[in-house]
Write a protein that binds this ligand. Structure first.
Ligand code: 3PG
Length: 390
């Protein structure tokens, strides 16, 4: 692909697609990781003398309607504070916008535009007509073929990859294409079914696959144990057994359980550490036991490359967070190259304040998983096509 950093942006109208889809509580941004990761690109374009236009989606609003809850206003306010240049939110831009050098215009949520999701050609052409150079810097949305990610790249005079997108692709390639070994992948989260293609892909390239959370429960069950009330997927036991034949899979050898369910769990509730064959019908696994966490940490410490997606227990509650914490700390302390991605994973890294100790934190959720699965990311593919034609 052509990189933004290879182009002369002086005096150019530059339209940057970013993924500023941040979690909000009302109008309060609860994690600014994606905005912080996007700021250097805006600053760089400004420094180069570009007239900067930024666009992003936020949430999943209904097309053709303004929805105040999905407005980019809170994001614009955040960026205005972080950047030493005039920053404004622009709602009317499809029929032309006079961008000025040294200023940042942030276009209102692209998902308010009719035709965004179906990658409408007329809409894509309107977006493309706004700029001299289109920069895709939205790794988190690269798995979507939409007007602001794909169509616009097709019709813009020049289409290139921004530093964040290029950096994410390079970090993921380093971890997956020709990794230093051993490569250890940690996949947690609640269900095997939602991560099956990822587990499958990783079982072919990882030396060791460490599974945690509800995913581990299905493996515990596949080893012939009664998992009581735990979240698990009986119908995927054969898949779990198959994955264990493909590569070394590490799952819980001891577990933390509760009888009270974690949805209405209160902090005085009792937890117990048990062996997998001791779980009672009325018990539920909510975390690794200490031996399993220590074993996972040991394996991680010996790794040269580490890929992490998904927590190992219900880490939102302190008493159920030990497994995730031990794993996260082992990753942070490892000398190997580590890459982490996914909303819950980033929240866990945040909770234990380890962001500076992981080699690379991906801003992608779905896009991160699709890349790991080996899927083509359409927004990247179109940039490759454009580079070939150039
Ligand atoms: C994400 O949060 O994973 C991206 O911003 C994509 O959002 P979407 O799943 O609504 O397309």
């Amino acid at each position: 692909v052509i990189k933004m950093t290879d182009l002369d942006l002086n005096g150019k109208k530059v339209l940057i697609r970013q993924d500023l889809n941040v979690p909000l509580d009302g109008s309060e941004i609860t994690s600014a990781v994606r905005i912080e990761a996007s700021l250097p690109t805006i600053k760089l374009a400004l420094e180069q003398g570009a007239a900067v236009m930024v666009m992003s989606h936020l949430g999943r609003p209904t097309e053709g309607e303004f929805d105040a809850a999905a407005s980019l206003q809170p994001v614009v306010d955040y960026i205005a504070k972080a950047i030493d240049a005039p920053v404004k939110l622009v709602s009317d831009y499809l029929d032309g916008y006079e961008a000025k050098a040294g200023e940042v215009a942030i276009f209102e949520n692209v998902r308010f535009n009719v035709g965004e999701k179906k990658n409408d050609e007329a809409l894509s052409k309107k977006l493309a007509a706004l700029c001299d150079v289109f920069v895709n810097d939205a790794f988190g949305t690269a798995h979507r073929a939409q007007a602001s990610t794909h169509g616009v790249a097709k019709f813009a005079p020049v289409a290139c990859a921004g530093p964040l997108l290029a950096g994410e692709l390079a970090a993921l390639a380093k971890a997956l294409d020709n990794p230093e070994r051993p490569l250890v992948a940690i996949v947690g989260g609640s269900k095997v079914s939602t991560k099956l293609t990822v587990l499958d892909a990783l079982s072919k390239i990882a030396d060791t696959l460490v599974v945690g959370g509800g995913i581990s429960n299905t493996f515990v069950a596949s080893a012939g144990n009664n998992v009581g009330n735990s979240l698990y997927e009986e119908d995927l036991i054969p898949e779990a057994q198959r994955l264990c034949k493909e590569t070394e899979v590490v799952f819980a050898q001891d577990v933390t359980t509760t009888k009270e369910g974690f949805s209405d769990w209160n902090h005085n509730s009792k937890t117990e550490v048990k062996l997998p064959n001791e779980i009672q019908d009325d018990e539920e696994i909510i975390d690794y036991g200490p031996k399993s966490a220590a074993r996972a940490a040991e394996i991680i410490k010996g790794a040269k490359t580490i890929l992490w997606n998904g927590p190992c227990g219900v880490f939102e509650f302190d008493a159920f967070a030990k497994g995730t914490e031990v794993v996260a700390r082992a990753i942070a302390e490892s000398e190997g190259f580590s890459i982490a991605g996914g909303g819950d994973t980033l929240a866990a890294i945040d909770k234990f304040d380890l962001a500076d100790d992981v080699s690379y934190i991906s801003t992608g959720g779905g896009a991160f998983l699709e890349f790991v699965e080996g899927k083509v990311l359409p927004a990247v593919e179109i940039l490759e096509q454009r580079a070939k034609e150039a």
